[in-house]
Write a protein that binds this ligand. Sequence first.
Ligand SMILES: Nc1ncnc2c1ncn2[C@@H]1O[C@H](COP(=O)(O)OP(=O)(O)OP(=O)(O)O)[C@@H](O)[C@H]1O
Ligand SMILES: [Mg+2]
Length: 275
Amino acid sequence: MLPFTVSPNPNWLYLTPSLRSTLDLTRQMIEDQQGLGFILGDVGMGKSTVLRFLHAEYSSQEENFATTLVTLANYPSPFAFLRKICGDFGQPAKRSLAAQQEAFEPFLVEQYQAGRTVIVFIDEGQLMSDHVLEVLRGLLNFETHELKLIQLVVAAQMDLRDRLLMKRNKAIKSRIFAPCHIRPLSAEETAGMITFRCQRAGVPNPFDMRGMERVYDLTQGVPRAIVIICAHAYRRARKAGLEYVPLDFIEEAAQTTSLPEPDADVPVPAEMANA
Ligand SMILES: Nc1ncnc2c1ncn2[C@@H]1O[C@H](COP(=O)(O)OP(=O)(O)OP(=O)(O)O)[C@@H](O)[C@H]1O
Ligand SMILES: [Mg+2]
């Protein structure tokens, strides 16, 4: 097994103290049935992996939880989005958004009475339009005096945070019980993550301390960047028949994985120059 691959496989997740807090806060939200949690973070920070980690945890407890994972939230309309969620729970499609919403409530009540918590995990939440966000608010109106009948966990890039801060999205923002923010790893955590992934893959860690520090400098602790640089450097070492990764292979990997700079003599297209 290769220790460095870019898929969001939850088995590869190295749990830092801050990720443990994210998991705990989200679990508290789900188990106390408080309705809405967000896992926010910049690109490549581990949101999809954390979401899948939680999904795997709850979907393995079928007796107590009914779950679904929406991997891409870019639905063209609120109706299409709700129909997808209902369909995942075996509910038939209806003719309109209102009919779909109305038909969903008895299912949620039935699950509640059976002692089962319904959870929807939504990835790429920044792709939801404001209209689709409104569906979340509609779903959170299904509630008893004490709790919400459906739990929503949304992973999204930071632009969604910025949108939630706008006045027009005040209603949904005010319903967030668990807002979590995934930040870059520290230098120690970067080394911990590299070591952990090697252990998981059953291979000795080929990076020494200086190498791991260099990976941290080059990536500033962004997990996807760490994985990509390590993958290239590790592959190069294996090809050279080495059991360790020399520093210059790490530099080379950083060069290989950086996008080429635009040539100075080629004019930059106007739309890029203005970006
Ligand atoms: N804490 C971690 N431990 C180990 N690997 C991690 C960790 N966090 C992220 N990764 C790895 O980094 C890569 C990117 O993670 P992921 O796809 O979850 O990021 P993302 O935040 O969803 O990115 P995007 O915003 O582009 O969707 C994956 O290969 C994942 O396994
Ligand atoms: Mg993702």
